[in-house]
Design a protein around this ligand. Sequence first.
Ligand code: L14
Length: 342
Amino acid sequence: MSTQYRVAVVGATGAVGQEMRRTLARLNFPISDLVCLASAKSAGKELDFGTATVTCQELREDSFKGVDLALFSAGGAVSTRFAPIARDSGCVVVDNSSAWRMDPSVPLLVPEVNPQDADRHSGIIANPNCSTIQMVVALKPLHDAARITRVVVSTYQAVSGTGAKAMAELRRQVEELQRGTDARPEVYPHQIAFNCLPHIDVFLDDGSTKEEQKMVDETRKIMGDSTLKVTATCVRVPVCNGHSESVNVELAEDLSPQEARALLSATPGVIVEDDPATQLYPLAIRASGTDPVYVGRIRRDPTVTHGLNLWVVADNLLKGAALNAVQIAQLLDQRGLIRVPR
Ligand code: L14
């Protein structure tokens, strides 16, 4: 019988925390005991875990005693403070925030892309940004075949990434506009209903946003190629769940759309949906609630020597967050890495 672990979910009541509980149960992760942690205001709530319910506890410094593995999804401030505390008490942390991703001592993992990086962890492992994860899953087989030299990506990101409050805001604004009243913005700086906001996370001094910078830095780190050129524009769209991306790649060698389709079709975790004749291409409304990364609209970019265009869609709460985190946990389990090296 395989080892059973005491597992904690930090941020257990959030949109991603809920998917973490569901995904752990659905993939049958070997759990002896699930500890659900959140802020004081959620303590005492009964949370579903498979067919059972677990009482949510307040996250405290002593919450990790006897816990083998913790999946964090409670924001950067919580991760910055509590991930080292968890690790120092012998608990391996898989962190979904941006706090630790670019720390050179922290592996940034997408199991289909860079599983080998798991081996050198020292207690904290980072789960990449949702938009980065789905893109690198699609890029990796193309990079291995013909070496990608430059990527230009534009994202069409769903409101679920911001959390349950933002999903409610989109629905409320649609109703307000139907009724003929003003759509009041609360979570986002502007109306999101029937609109696109070229603004995700905070602005940086160079005019880009932090979400865009994450896509650049994280893609290079995961692909293990610091020379890879990446430029991104990240846009919030009035979609409930499921991020879409237009991805333009320049390659060192020739790769035909047909070859790219064959490579992607053979990639675990990828489904190619690409048949213009039947109007088949990836859609956020179909990807939502499912595990794969969908790729379609694969075609040449004739403006460069070796160029391709792709349309890449995935469920940002699943492959973009909770599923990737649980897949990291499975990888660590398979490799006997659910222990803090000392
Ligand atoms: O993990 O969609 O870096 O508002 C930050 C922005 C997650 C999603 C991250 C959003 C994200 C998020």
